[in-house]
Design a protein around this ligand. Structure first.
Ligand SMILES: C[S@@+](CC[C@H](N)C(=O)[O-])C[C@H]1O[C@@H](n2cnc3c(N)ncnc32)[C@H](O)[C@@H]1O
Length: 261
């Protein structure tokens, strides 16, 4: 069970951050999935369930099951006639082999102890000829301008702290190898870009999302003594200033992989 390694927690501010992130990123991810009409779909690590609902609405007759380890996330998930949420662990999926046409995970593999095992489980439960798709973090790919050195230092601590919990914020760079080792022969990599600048529609929300990542781990990092309150505050303050800086810009890419079984 991975709850204790989940760096973000489920505080209301974190739930709001995740909901805003879903609103920013769901359309691109649903397009990437190319959901076939009538498909039986599994989302592994369904969080607040917002993506599962958008996937269900992507084509007619799509049935989505979301499997999620946290009862709090399931309780917060919406009701939809073609979406079911069940509690379970991605490392030991409770479904028989070849149960789904499409199996996906987003922002999950960085939070699990054994991403290889999770992908093997996703390989097991997808039908022959079905597809598995993921979208994950490599937090080293983040860029802000003007430079934010205090943020950069806090972000490095955040990344190291996540790995001490058992996660891997850099897992996105390993996707090709993880898929191959999980038994997939034909794997296709791609990225989903986040490119924002002062005045563009998603700029403030994106910078705020990165602040929210740090804030979600604030108590844990301070309790572990890995960063001082003043250093953490300095990193956050730089990004708060960047939100209103008329010369500010931000670039990031999500790492994606897709394979057919
Ligand atoms: C960052 S959220 C992403 C949620 C959703 N996939 C999305 O894109 O919005 C990651 C979710 O994975 C869940 N999770 C972490 N470890 C898990 C595991 N071993 N099995 C199932 N879910 C897990 C967490 O509880 C959290 O809700």
């Amino acid at each position: 069970m991975s709850k204790d390694i989940y760096i973000h927690g489920t505080e209301p501010s974190e739930q709001e951050r995740l909901a805003v992130l879903n609103r920013m990123t769901n359309a691109a991810f649903v397009a990437f999935l190319q959901v076939p009409a009538g498909a039986r779909v599994l989302e592994v690590g369904s969080g607040l369930g917002l993506l599962a609902v958008d996937v269900a609405d992507a084509a007619s007759g799509v049935q989505v099951t979301g499997v999620e380890i946290s009862a709090a996330q399931i309780a917060a998930s919406p009701i939809h006639p073609r979406v079911t949420f069940v509690q379970g662990d991605a490392h030991t999926l409770q479904f028989p082999p070849a149960s789904f046409d499409l199996v996906y995970a987003r922002y999950l593999l960085e939070h699990v102890r054994d991403p290889q095992r999770v992908l093997r489980e996703m390989h097991r439960v997808v039908k022959p000829g079905g597809r598995v798709a993921v979208c994950e973090n490599d937090v080293s790919l983040i860029r802000f301008d003007p430079p934010c050195p205090a943020f950069d230092r806090a972000w490095r601590v955040f990344t190291e702290f996540q790995s001490t919990l058992g996660g891997d914020g850099l897992v996105g760079r390993r996707l090709f190898r993880l898929f191959r080792d999980a038994g997939f022969d034909e794997v296709e990599l791609s990225v989903q870009p986040e490119v924002h600048w002062h005045g563009s529609p998603g700029y403030v929300a994106w910078v705020h999302n990165i602040i929210g990542n740090l804030e979600s781990a604030r108590n844990g990092m301070l309790a572990a003594g890995v960063i001082s309150q003043s250093d953490l505050n300095a990193g956050v303050a730089e990004l708060e200033r960047l939100k209103t800086d008329s010369t500010g810009s931000a670039v990031f890419v999500w790492n994606r992989a897709k394979a057919t079984r």
